[in-house]
Ligand binder design. Structure first.
Ligand SMILES: C[S@@+](CC[C@H](N)C(=O)[O-])C[C@H]1O[C@@H](n2cnc3c(N)ncnc32)[C@H](O)[C@@H]1O
Length: 215
């Protein structure tokens, strides 16, 4: 089985549980667990939604959109068009039904596809790449591709390498799929050579949150 297939199969089987992390469908116990252990996810969600400002009338692409929560929130705030892309069919099905339930299915287009392989037609004001670079074996190619379709700002998360938490996660993912982790120095080199206009790297809990402005 290819590395890509292993990752998409894992996320296909994980889709319902991953969607539940975002809240409504959660048990009180899981809500407490998530609050304690999913700080990075909460922070990167809040920072991305805040970073996509102003969003009225803007076009957004959410790469590795999973159950679609970022794009749906931005559509509700007035984005004119949201494209979500994910290579796990289970995730796309959930994203479509979440968009319908939120009443924004006319604005949101959730599509099945591999960002690294498929052509991405169109340009977008904001690009969101949250919780995805963890699984991408060619980060230079991914960052350049994201910047080439972004007009205003792109937001990325990268898992922090080093320490107990990173070690534990690597161990857990051994049987699931490949995992790629980063240092601040590696990210500075990556974004400097990608030729952005500017970029900022912030550490938020277990992730680096990167805001990049294309040239
Ligand atoms: C941890 S989930 C994050 C989902 C969403 N961005 C969020 O933060 O709620 C990572 C998602 O990226 C998707 N993904 C990983 N590599 C991808 C690729 N090359 N093309 C499309 N989707 C990809 C996976 O299928 C999975 O749904």
């Amino acid at each position: 089985m290819t590395v890509t297939r292993r990752t998409s199969d894992f996320f296909d089987s994980y889709a319902h549980d991953f969607d539940a992390i975002y809240g409504n469908k959660n048990t009180p116990f899981n809500r407490v667990v998530n609050h304690l252990f999913r700080k990075s996810m909460r922070l990167r969600y809040a920072k991305t939604i805040e970073g996509c400002y102003p969003v009225e009338g803007k076009r957004v692409i959410d790469i590795g959109c999973g159950p679609g929560h970022f794009g749906i929130a931005l559509a509700r705030k007035g984005a004119s068009y949201v494209r979500g892309l994910d290579f796990a069919e289970g995730m796309i099905n959930i994203a479509r039904s979440n968009a319908k339930a939120a009443g924004v299915d006319k604005v949101c287009d959730f599509m099945l596809g591999d960002f690294m392989k498929d052509p991405i037609p169109g340009r977008f004001d904001y690009a969101i790449v949250m919780g995805v670079m963890d699984y991408i074996s060619e980060p230079e190619k991914a960052v350049e591709k994201v910047l080439s379709i972004t007009g205003s700002k792109a937001f990325f998360s990268f898992p922090v390498d080093g320490g107990m938490l990173a070690w534990q996660r690597k161990l857990r993912y051994k049987k699931r799929c490949e995992l790629y982790m980063y240092t601040r120095e590696r990210l500075h080199a990556l974004f400097s050579s990608a030729g952005c206009g500017s970029f900022e790297v912030e550490k938020i809990s277990r992730d680096f949150f990167v805001t990049a402005v294309p040239k």
